[in-house]
Ligand binder design. Structure first.
Ligand SMILES: NC(=O)c1ccc[n+]([C@@H]2O[C@H](COP(=O)([O-])OP(=O)(O)OC[C@H]3O[C@@H](n4cnc5c(N)ncnc54)[C@H](O)[C@@H]3O)[C@@H](O)[C@H]2O)c1
Ligand SMILES: [Zn+2]
Length: 351
């Protein structure tokens, strides 16, 4: 993983010589794809998709496969995914499966993809039944992070990515959470030094967990899904659109998971309030800002969607709960009545 400024202009540490290079991007990241193309100077094929989660679909996947096959992809080809988590997850899945797998390089351009999705090797697409239900583990050959690309990222997406950073702090490290309480505003304002430190600390937490359980077999890696059982259900309920971004759904999901942890008797109310307060002060749609989401913040909507979550095993609901900062664990067979009560509490805006 390379982190710096102007990195897209720097060398990619994978031998490109003679290989056919494919660059996948969306309309917002196309300028960065063009820069990469001219720096690599290898006459890459470029596919520009419309922006949005809708690309992470069977249709989007097919489009990428058609493009690579029509442009003579071979087993030594390289796919570069220049964009956010959508382009990275989709491109990674296509790279994992075309010709049974070719090399790929992640060039993340959103805060979310820099601290989370570009590292760890999870790739995939969504299905009407739920998020990320089809995919593959496929590690990138390298990840090239250029923080200059964040200058064009809309603040709302900056905040959504920041939410995954808060998640890492809850999972990994109370001192990092305190650091966020002090330095979060500077990160969100794109202060370069703080952004680099933020990314580095996040990737240290994430990569340590992934290294212990790369294929999510021991359950350790599943801890990275704190906030995601509720979050994925919220995304499915809102149709994976602009109404609720992935990181925003995770923020709200973390508030619900913390409330559930309090109700299960494992977490202090003060810790749940501290988490919600920080998310709210960072401009994420939790607490009083959820007014526009009341229709989907409903146990009758969310509970059936959560039963379809990958972590659930037919024996009730599975959640990642928190005991405190730096201490999360997986809990199977959670009583849906308690989960419903946690949703209701968050909906009413009082914790
Ligand atoms: N694979 C994993 O481990 C993992 C982890 C976390 C999240 N995810 C997935 O990541 C996705 C969300 O990622 P995301 O938030 O990066 O979404 P995204 O890729 O949709 O990017 C968000 C928006 O920002 C635009 N954009 C990207 N870079 C830009 C830039 N530098 N300047 C201006 N605009 C830019 C995009 O065009 C898009 O409109 C979800 O599908 C989620 O499931 C995957
Ligand atoms: Zn996520």
């Amino acid at each position: 993983v390379l982190i710096g400024s102007g990195r897209i202009a720097a060398d990619i540490p994978v031998a490109i010589d003679g290989r056919k290079v494919f660059i996948l991007c969306d309309t917002h990241t196309e300028p960065y794809a063009r820069t990469l193309d001219s720096n690599l100077d290898c006459n890459a094929a470029i596919l520009t998709l419309p922006p949005g989660e809708g690309n992470k679909s069977l249709d989007g996947y097919r489009r990428v496969l058609d493009w690579m096959l029509d442009h003579g992809v071979n087993r030594s080809s390289v796919l570069c995914a220049v964009g956010g988590g959508v382009i990275g997850d989709l491109g990674g899945f296509a790279a994992a499966t075309v010709l049974r797998g070719i090399a790929f390089i992640q060039v993340p351009t959103t805060l979310l993809s820099m601290i989370d999705s570009a590292v760890g090797g999870k790739t995939g697409i969504d299905m009407p039944q739920g998020k990320n239900l089809v995919g593959a583990f496929h590690q990138p050959s390298c990840v090239v992070i250029d923080i200059d690309t964040l200058r064009s990222l809309p603040p709302r997406h900056m905040r959504a990515g920041y939410a995954e950073g808060v998640k890492h702090a809850v999972i990994g490290d109370e001192t990092f959470f305190s650091w966020l309480e002090t330095n979060g505003p500077a990160v969100l304002e794109n202060d370069s030094a703080r952004v680099v430190e933020f990314i580095t600390r996040n990737l240290r937490i994430k990569s340590a967990i992934v290294a212990e359980d790369e294929m999510e077999q021991s359950g350790r890696r599943a801890l990275l899904n704190f906030g995601h059982t509720f979050g994925h259900a919220l995304e499915t309920a809102t149709g994976y659109g602009d109404r609720l971004l992935h990181g925003e759904a995770v923020a709200l999901g973390m508030v619900m998971a913390a409330e559930l942890s309090v109700r299960m008797g494992v977490c202090k109310t003060a810790d749940a309030v501290r988490l919600r307060t920080h998310l709210e002060q960072s401009g994420l749609p939790v607490g009083a800002m959820i007014a526009g989401l009341r229709d989907v913040l409903d146990p009758d909507t969310l509970l059936p969607l959560m039963r379809g979550d990958k972590k659930s095993d037919g024996n009730g609901l599975t959640f990642i709960l928190m005991r405190g900062f730096g201490d999360v664990f997986m809990q199977h067979r959670v009583d849906p009545v308690i989960a419903a009560a946690a949703i209701q509490t968050v909906k009413s805006g009082v914790t």
